[in-house]
Design a protein around this ligand. Structure first.
Ligand code: ADP
Length: 555
């Protein structure tokens, strides 16, 4: 048992009394020494009277005499001292109190303690001393602190991530609106360019059919048409890319004949292949004559791109197109079209990137072969929108094979045919009359000439108001209506015509909308307001003829 030192300060216990206390409490003292916590006895003034050995070790007290009678609250530091003072006060008043506090060892090692301080009630019920039991919680506190730090770091990181998300969203909004502005700009530009191009191509077509033409003149007209058409193709590619970027490409889902699409591709491509003295062959192992649901214009566009490239990059040999189909389920087929050439091929390291935007396998080639590097990106996107794939195999110097695979649904037997007449030139009713609503003079010339060549008489309205006046005066077999017109556009004209028909119980006049705007959703917007058909300008004369004759023919 340690020697009991003499009390040095103003303590309410003499050394004899303290010794007595120890003797009386001999057993209790053994219990106290068995505890793993620091146990202290204080007088009511808060002076340290006793401390067990565990506590002395924990607080690194070598000489307890130096601490005896010292105010207990002096051991505590900072805010912990205030807590110790308050707890002491409570215990003095007879209440138990606990707190967590910071009290370094005498050697200065930082330590945290969980303290319970209670009054010691003697047998007579009086309180003369207080008992403080302190447990070392430094380890727990450090874990808590590091958790807190980690939590703080995590919170900071989260706050940072949230701020970054907000910034990213703001940037996206800016980018989206910039993208929208760009898409609108491109759509406007394309409208502005397509409108005069329509007139150039249309007049070249009309001139080509005019007689008499010398061979020289025919050549001029043909070159004029080819140049205008390739310029238009370029504009269409740029517009397609802008639509792809703004994710506004729309596909049609109409019945079409695969044979007809291939026929058009062959007739356009054979001329080019002949010019280069290449054999251009098509082997159809699919279901020739079958009609599928899908977007024939886009399928044709993809095939023209693949075949056009094959011819462009082949100097001698052949371009071979092979079609095959395989039943997937029910009436659904997978159509595979392989376009194989014996051309320059693509180097292995460039193969993966040819479908990327603006990529050309050899940039020095672009001047030799022309092109923009957009065609394959557009084709790939369109094929993927159709639910299909496009792949390439190539050996540099030997040739390339592009293979397109798309799932296609057979046209259901119950699907109504657009025109009952097939393979037979429909007869136009002699008295048939069309109202042409168009504000652009060169287009009026082209469109009215096309109608004239079909044997159809037309009245011309140069704006929406004139259209309404003419519509009120007589019944037309068809209205060919430009969509973009100043003051009253084609959509508004259609709405008013449909409203009047309803009001006056008039028979429905078919309306074909014409637009050079080519914005996503144009077609649907036209159909939604009550148009019956839609044609995008500049139109293919055959397409215009087919669509017009579907309405004005004698049935
Ligand atoms: P463009 O033909 O306008 O350059 P594409 O996107 O259609 O753009 O083609 C991208 C590139 O892929 C071409 O520039 C060419 O380098 C390569 N390529 C495409 N098809 C073939 C082919 N059949 N043979 C060789 N190279 C090809």
């Amino acid at each position: 048992m340690p020697e009991i030192p003499t009390l040095k300060t103003n303590v309410s216990l003499t050394s004899e009394e303290a010794l007595q206390l120890f003797k009386e409490a001999d057993f209790a003292r053994s219990i106290l020494e068995s505890s793993s916590d620091c146990i202290e006895v204080l007088d009511l003034g808060g002076h340290l009277l006793l401390m067990n050995n565990v506590g002395r070790t924990q607080i690194e007290i070598d000489d307890f005499a130096l601490c005896l009678g010292k105010p207990w609250t002096d051991f505590w530091e900072g805010e912990s001292r205030d807590k110790a003072v308050a707890a002491l006060e409570e215990a003095r008043a007879g209440r138990k109190r606990n707190f967590e506090g910071f009290c370094p060892t005498l050697a200065g090692v930082p330590k945290w303690w969980e303290v319970i301080i209670t009054p010691i009630r003697r047998a007579d019920g009086k309180i003369k001393e207080l008992l403080a039991i302190s447990r070392d919680i430094t380890d727990r506190k450090q874990i808590q602190d590091s958790r807190q730090v980690a939590l703080g770091v995590a919170e900071d990181a989260q706050a940072f991530a949230e701020a970054a998300t907000v910034k990213a969203n703001e940037a996206r909004v800016v980018a989206d609106s910039a993208n929208l502005v760009k898409s609108e700009f491109l759509a406007n530009m394309s409208h502005e360019i397509r409108t005069p191009m329509g007139a150039v191509i249309g007049l070249a077509d009309i001139l080509a059919l005019s007689r008499p033409l010398t061979d020289r003149q025919a050549e001029y007209v043909s070159t004029l048409r080819i140049s205008a058409t390739s310029l238009l193709a370029l504009i269409n590619d740029l517009l397609d890319i802008s639509k792809i970027e703004s994710r506004s490409v729309e596909l049609e889902n109409v019945p079409f004949s695969l044979g007809k699409v291939m026929g058009e591709v062959v007739s356009m491509m054979s001329i080019r292949a002949n010019e280069k003295k290449l054999a251009f062959t098509v082997e159809d192992r699919s279901a020739p004559g079958a009609r599928f649901m899908g977007d024939p214009m886009r399928l044709r566009q993809i095939l023209l791109n693949l075949c056009g490239n094959a011819i462009k990059f082949t100097e001698e040999g052949s371009v071979r197109v092979t079609l095959s189909s395989q039943l997937i389920e029910g009436e659904k087929f997978e159509l595979a079209i392989a376009v194989a050439d014996t051309g320059i091929g693509i180097a292995a390291e460039k193969l993966a990137s040819v479908f990327d935007r603006f990529v050309q396998a050899d940039t020095s080639m672009s001047r030799r072969y022309g092109g923009t590097g957009l065609g394959l990106t557009i084709s790939k996107t369109l094929v993927e929108l159709m639910g299909g794939t496009v792949a390439v195999e190539s050996i540099a110097g030997k040739g390339s094979t592009f293979t397109l695979r798309v799932p296609l649904q057979l046209v259901p037997a119950s699907h109504p045919e657009r025109s009952a007449r097939k393979n037979e030139e429909p007869a136009v009713a002699p008295e048939a009359r069309v109202l042409l609503v168009e504000d652009h003079e060169p287009n009026i010339l082209v469109e009215s000439t096309y109608l004239e060549m079909m044997g159809i008489a037309c009245d011309v309205a140069r704006d929406g108001l004139q259209a309404m006046e003419k519509f009120a005066l007589r019944k037309y077999d068809l209205i060919l209506l430009d969509v973009q017109m100043p003051s009253m556009d084609g959509l508004e004209v259609t709405r008013r015509i449909r409203a009047q028909e309803k009001l006056k119980h008039l028979p429905r006049t078919p309306i074909i909308g014409m637009t050079a705007y080519a914005l996503a959703g144009d077609r649907q917007r036209c159909l939604d307001v009550g148009m019956d058909e839609y044609i995008s300008k500049p139109f293919d004369p055959g397409d215009l003829k087919a669509k017009v004759l579907a309405f004005v023919v004698v049935r």
